[in-house]
Design a protein around this ligand. Structure first.
Ligand SMILES: C[S@@+](CC[C@H](N)C(=O)[O-])C[C@H]1O[C@@H](n2cnc3c(N)ncnc32)[C@H](O)[C@@H]1O
Length: 315
């Protein structure tokens, strides 16, 4: 295990998260937000991954190591993509097995299930969607928000969504919408102008997060191209960590990504003034993730090679 680079607020460590996590103090982490390799049955990613029960056991072991490291107010947010069973037009239910193991065996609480709709997902898998036209395209990941105790630190007012046009009209002209204050809506709600037309600067978001994953202009990809290497194949959009970091932590809190990949989480945390630690197994991915903190192509090339040569960079 070694430090690849440090920034003003964080650092990236190269190593196996199961080992690195053991070095953290108990009750020290406010938020773990991460996206592990998915158990791609019969379709190995470049970094390889386990399948079936081996995968569930591996992830459960890591969840067990993480639990005491979280503060009592802490959360563990994990993004898990949909996976088909090998050779069949049916889905694996591994995300639900992980959920049950974490809650039943490790004492995590499911604070809330979230679903990330990737609005730019391409039709896949090819066999069942594109060729045989038997299934709809996959565009939703489950994101389990686990907590150590039932009432983790959270403030939904930090992640309000923009109001719809209709809600903006309602707030500015409530009399046009509510004729009778005592009328009961079909949903059972009473539409009082005083409470419903209050401007909170945004709407309470739903647990269906809609973000596209098509950003191809960022510094990370630009410098990957300049260094003639491929970008990480399984990045999530920065909107995902931005949402949960704003929702579940405050400035100065410690955010950890245990499967950091291209370190989208580190960039998000640094921008949002949170301390952060990212852990990544692959030297190449960790070295390339430093591009997020480089000023120009020249610095990116030097930083990449230095990290691969075993040095640690300070930004
Ligand atoms: C789905 S990717 C994460 C992508 C990341 N969210 C991003 O936006 O770039 C999972 C990463 O976990 C890394 N990984 C796999 N096993 C690991 C382990 N035991 N410890 C740390 N990292 C690991 C892989 O190399 C891969 O880069």
């Amino acid at each position: 295990m070694r430090t690849a680079y440090t920034t003003q607020l964080g650092k990236t460590i190269i190593g196996d998260c199961a080992e690195v996590l053991q070095t953290f103090n108990d009750n020290s982490i406010d938020l773990i937000i991460t996206s592990p390799p998915f158990p791609l049955e019969g379709r190995k990613k470049t970094y390889g991954n386990l399948e079936g029960q081996d995968y569930i056991n591996w992830l459960t072991d890591i969840g067990k190591i993480a639990y005491p490291k979280l503060k009592d107010t802490g959360s563990f947010v994990i993004d898990l993509g949909a996976v088909y069973n090998k050779g069949l037009p049916t889905y694996s239910i591994y995300q639900y097995r992980v959920l049950i193991k974490f809650c039943d065996d490790l004492n995590y609480h499911l604070a809330q299930p979230f679903y990330w709709h990737n609005t730019s997902a391409l039709p896949s898998p090819i066999e069942w969607v594109n060729k045989r036209k038997l299934r709809a395209k996959n565009s939703v990941n489950t994101i389990w928000w686990f907590s150590k105790f039932p009432d983790p630190k959270a403030n939904i007012m930090n992640v309000l969504a923009p109001y719809s046009k209709r809600m903006e009209q309602f707030i500015s002209h409530p009399d046009e919408f509510v004729k009778d204050e005592r009328a009961i809506r079909p949903s059972g709600h009473v539409m009082s102008k005083r409470s419903w037309a209050k401007n909170n600067s945004g709407a309470i978001p739903s647990n269906l997060l809609q973000f596209s994953n098509s950003n191809s202009n960022g510094k990370y990809l630009r410098y990957c191209k300049a260094c003639n290497i491929s970008g990480h194949p399984a990045r999530f959009p920065i909107d995902v960590p931005n949402f949960f970091i704003n929702f579940l932590t405050q400035k100065g809190d410690l955010v950890v990504d245990i499967f950091a990949g291209s370190n989208t989480t580190g960039e998000s945390a640094e921008t949002l003034d949170r301390r952060w630690i990212s852990i990544e197994l692959s030297d190449e991915y960790a070295a390339a993730s430093s591009f997020r903190f480089c000023k120009d192509e020249d610095q990116a090339q030097k930083s990449y090679l230095s990290i691969l040569n075993g040095q640690s960079i300070n930004f």
